[in-house]
Ligand binder design. Structure first.
Ligand SMILES: [Zn+2]
Length: 229
């Protein structure tokens, strides 16, 4: 239940940021989360971070209101000339302007991420980028309580990250190889693929010099698996 206090905190945590669309060159503003106004309060087993005031993922998919070009913030500006042509022909040509709420709702956040995923496929973006967007869509569906869609996007993230491990350079949007392997292990465990989960966990646990946080979580998951079998 939302109250006035929550709305004030939400407003204070966001600001209007200006962007220039790399496809149509027009300017627009979108809400962005202020640094320091929002703290992580807990983290789900697959590393979905829960924040005190606002879920930054809701504001991480940008959509140009003029032409419909969509992407996550970290890849918004990076487009090759050929990719712009594909996006103009396949995304912008079919775009119909749509009014969104000032403060992104869960269904709107999901819709914008789906547009970002479609745009990423249209620009022939890397599998890792598609997997990253799919993971975030799965998390938003989790908050919506829509388990079928959550699992379907987790599957997509799993397959994409698995492929990216052997074909792409890391980090992918800040996720290093071990972090991605841990996410894969957790998703595999969720789907009952125990031998896959164990395979990723053993790589993490036996790797020297990896971050304590990921190693601890990997040990925790290994423990959970061992106590079940
Ligand atoms: Zn545009």
């Amino acid at each position: 239940m939302e109250n006035i206090h929550t709305n004030d905190a939400l407003k204070n945590a966001l600001y209007d940021k200006s962007y220039a669309c790399p496809v149509c060159n027009q300017a627009f503003t979108a809400k962005s989360v202020k640094v320091g106004k929002n703290q992580v309060v807990s983290v789900d087993s697959d590393l979905y971070p829960r924040y005190s005031v606002v879920n930054p993922i809701l504001y991480d998919a940008l959509m140009c209101p003029h032409c419909g070009y969509s992407a996550i913030t970290k890849s918004f500006d990076s487009l090759l000339p050929k990719q712009k042509e594909w996006i103009k022909a396949q995304i912008c040509a079919n775009y119909k302007a749509h009014a969104y709420s000032e403060y992104t709702t869960l269904p709107e956040g999901i819709h914008k991420h789906k547009m970002a995923l479609l745009t990423c496929m249209t620009k022939k973006g890397k599998t890792g980028e598609q997997a990253y967007i799919a993971l975030h869509i799965a998390w938003l569906y989790r908050d919506l309580g829509d388990e079928n869609n959550e699992l379907s996007f987790l599957t997509r993230a799993y397959e994409g990250f698995e492929e990216a491990l052997s074909t792409e350079r890391f980090p992918i949007f800040g996720l290093d190889e071990m972090t991605v392997m841990y996410i894969l292990a957790d998703i595999a465990y969720k789907f009952g693929k125990i031998s896959e989960a164990k395979k990723y966990l053993s790589v993490i646990i036996t790797s020297p010099g990896i971050s304590g946080r990921i190693k601890d979580r990997a040990l925790e998951l290994k423990d959970k698996i061992n106590h079940q079998s």
